[in-house]
Design a protein around this ligand. Structure first.
Ligand SMILES: *Cc1c(COP(=O)(O)O)cnc(C)c1O
Length: 368
């Protein structure tokens, strides 16, 4: 048997008639930029996440870039974020002339440790960007409290967590702004690049709308220096064809996670920890074991795909070496990056595939 880490074609095969019709409708309309599908998906996602405003943009990375830009980030400002994540937050902070400041994680939830944030705040700190990693919300209340005390903006990187909840509230409306990605592998993915910024603040929403089209506020009238970063009509139409399934896909991911939890529980691996405040949507099902590399090659020989999110902390990446971090500076991040392994996880996975993965992991540990 072969079990891929993710298989996007299965989902397309199930939805083919609807998706094909959605794409073809856009093609027939000639409205390729900012067609009605864009405002429709903005409304649907805003509603789903409990946010007042949603602004569709070209990618999750651009969502973060526009959000940071909208809060008036200036050269030399500092942005506090997690070192154990995809690169976007650090990247866009640097692109905007700011400096990423990494705060170590809680090794159980993999999310930024709120208890370590205060010590990193300076008079240049402008924003805190917690990431809801693998589909589990970061611990937002203490983060929001610190931010309020220091008048700092909070922007959620919710790229992996659409549909997740924190204390029964959906992520995406918990702070000043939240950023989503519709990269194809995300829990709600399109068939190209796409992203969205959510906010409850009307002024920020207006600025974000301007920023995504060159800072324009009227025909050829520019109020800000902006970007070209719109969500394509075709991608918006694809997302509209998919969004009604998101809740049931997330529920299925949770069921698969429960099955993994039960069957892996007695083995020598650490299964994902779910915080008591979290409704986890398992963008990834990520286990920890010191024997990660051996297990990974063993599974690969058995035809099982896995992934490592992430093998090297952002603070130790060559691109960010000028920030001056050294090995040992963020010990939790460095420790988990040697142990994490993401197992196959996608809603179309079948139960015999889950069992096959578990049996292979059992065999690996049984053979010492
Ligand atoms: C996917 C992802 C992004 C970037 O999204 P793109 O749409 O690929 O630009 C940012 N942050 C996190 C945590 C992600 O997983």
């Amino acid at each position: 048997m072969r079990v891929p880490q993710i298989d996007l074609v299965r989902q397309y095969s199930e939805l083919k008639p609807r998706i094909d019709e959605a794409v073809s409708e856009v093609l027939r309309s000639g409205q390729f930029i900012m067609g009605r599908w864009v405002s429709e998906i903005e409304e649907r996602v805003a509603e789903l996440c409990g946010a007042k405003y949603a602004i569709g943009v070209a990618s999750g990375t651009d969502a973060l870039k526009l959000a940071l830009s909208a809060c008036g980030l200036e050269s030399g400002d500092e942005v506090i974020t997690s070192p154990f994540s995809f690169v976007s937050v650090a990247e866009v902070a640097v692109v905007l002339g700011a400096k990423p400041v990494f705060v170590d994680i809680d090794e159980k939830t993999f999310n930024i440790d709120p208890g370590l944030i205060e010590a990193k705040i300076t008079d240049r700190t402008r924003a805190i960007v917690p990431v809801h990693l693998y589909g589990q919300a970061a611990d937002m209340d203490p983060i929001l409290k610190i931010a309020k005390a220091h008048s700092i903006v909070v922007i959620e990187d919710a790229a992996q967590a659409i549909g997740a909840k924190y204390k029964n509230r959906p992520v995406g409306c918990l702070s000043d702004m939240a950023c989503l990605s519709f990269y194809p592998t995300k829990n709600l993915g399109c068939y190209g690049d796409g992203g969205m910024v959510l906010t409850n603040d009307g002024e920020l929403a207006e600025r974000l709308r301007a920023l995504r089209k060159h800072g324009q506020v009227g025909k050829y009238l520019y109020k800000f220096t902006g970007f070209n970063s719109r969500l394509d009509s075709i991608q918006a139409a694809i997302l509209l064809a998919k969004i009604d399934h998101l809740e049931s896909w997330n529920e299925t991911r949770r069921k698969i996670a429960r099955a993994y939890d039960e069957m892996l529980g007695e083995l020598d691996v650490e299964i994902p920890h779910v915080a008591d405040y979290a409704y986890h949507v398992y963008h990834q099902y990520t286990i920890k074991t010191p024997r990660r590399d051996g297990l990974r090659s063993f599974l690969s020989e058995k035809g099982i795909g896995t992934a490592i999110h992430y093998p090297l902390g952002l603070h130790l990446q060559e691109a960010y070496s000028s920030l001056g971090y050294r090995h040992g500076d963020l010990p939790k991040c460095e420790d988990v990056s040697r142990k994490v392994l993401s197992l196959p996880m996608f809603p179309e996975m079948k139960s015999d595939e889950i069992e096959y993965v578990v049996a292979a992991i059992k065999e690996f540990f049984a053979n010492g």
